[in-house]
Write a protein that binds this ligand. Structure first.
Ligand SMILES: Nc1ncnc2c1ncn2[C@@H]1O[C@H](COP(=O)(O)OP(=O)(O)OP(=O)(O)O)[C@@H](O)[C@H]1O
Ligand SMILES: [Mg+2]
Length: 213
C-alpha cells in the first residue's frame, strides 16, 4: 500500500460513516452535526457520491433509471472520479482550514459494493480508490454494522435487500468488516442495532479524542 495522509496531517479531522443500506449513517451524521454545532467546533457535513458539481452529474448518471447500461469498470471509474473531485473541491480545502469533515460514505462503500458484485476484485477497486483519493484516509471510520437479514425492522432497507439479493448484502457487510479488521486503529465498529443515543455517544467520544478534548 502506498503512502497515506490523514485528515489530521492536513490540519483537520476526517470522520467517515460507513455501513450497509439503512444502517443509520445519515441519522448519526445529523446527531454528530448537532453536537459539533453545540460545541462550536468548525465543521462541514458532506457525502459521497454527489457532493460536488461533477459528483451531482455522476450520481445522476450512475443511479438514474434513465441511464443506459454501465459496465462494472466504467462504474468503478465514475465513482472514483466523484471521489477525486469531491476531495479536491470540498474535503481537502475544509481540512486545510482546520475543520472537522464528516462524510457519509467514502472509499469503503465503493470497495464493498463493487467488490460484492463479484465482477471486480475488491483489492483492485481499493487500489483505484487509493489513487483517486491520493491516499487520504479518514482519522476514523465509523462502521455501523448490522446483519442485513435482521436489519432494524426497516421496510425500505428490506425492499432494496430483496431487489439485490441477501447474498450480495451479506458480502457487502463482510467486506466492510474485513476493511475494518485490516486497520483496527482507524475504525470504530459499532452495533447498528444499539440505540441512536448509545451510538452517537460512542462517536462523540471518539471524535472528542481526535480533537484532543
Ligand atoms: N439506532 C437505530 N435504531 C433503530 N432505528 C434506527 C437507528 N438509527 C436509525 N434508525 C432508523 O433507520 C432508518 C434508516 O436510517 P438512516 O437513513 O440514518 O440510514 P442510512 O445508513 O443513512 O441509510 P441509506 O444507506 O439508505 O442512506 C431511519 O428510519 C432511521 O430513523
Ligand atoms: Mg443515508
Amino acid at each position: 500500500m502506498g503512502d497515506t495522509v490523514t485528515g489530521r496531517d492536513l490540519g483537520g479531522v476526517f470522520v467517515v460513516l460507513e455501513g450497509g443500506d439503512g444502517a443509520g449513517k445519515t441519522t448519526q451524521s445529523r446527531l454528530l452535526d448537532q453536537w459539533l454545532t453545540a460545541e462550536e467546533i468548525p465543521h462541514i457535513m458532506t457525502y459521497e457520491p454527489g457532493d460536488s458539481w461533477l459528483g451531482q452529474r455522476i450520481r445522476q448518471l450512475v443511479l438514474s433509471p434513465d441511464s443506459g447500461p454501465i459496465c462494472s469498470r466504467a462504474e468503478a471509474l465514475l465513482y472514483n472520479a466523484d471521489k477525486a473531485q469531491h476531495l479536491d473541491e470540498v474535503v481537502i480545502p475544509a481540512l486545510r482550514e482546520g475543520k472537522v469533515v464528516v462524510c457519509d460514505r467514502y472509499v469503503d462503500s465503493t470497495i464493498a459494493y463493487q467488490g460484492a458484485g463479484r465482477a471486480l476484485d475488491p483489492d483492485e477497486v481499493g487500489q483505484l480508490a487509493r489513487w483517486a483519493t491520493a491516499g487520504l484516509v479518514p482519522d476514523v471510520t465509523v462502521l455501523l454494522d448490522v446483519d442485513p437479514c435482521e436489519g432494524t425492522g426497516k421496510i425500505a432497507a428490506k425492499d432494496r435487500l430483496e431487489a439485490a439479493g441477501d447474498e450480495f448484502h451479506l458480502r457487502v457487510r463482510q467486506h466492510f468488516l474485513d476493511l475494518a479488521a485490516a486497520h483496527p486503529q482507524r475504525y470504530l465498529v459499532l452495533n447498528a442495532r444499539n440505540t441512536r443515543t448509545q451510538i452517537s455517544e460512542a462517536i462523540r467520544h471518539r471524535v472528542a479524542g481526535l480533537l484532543g478534548r
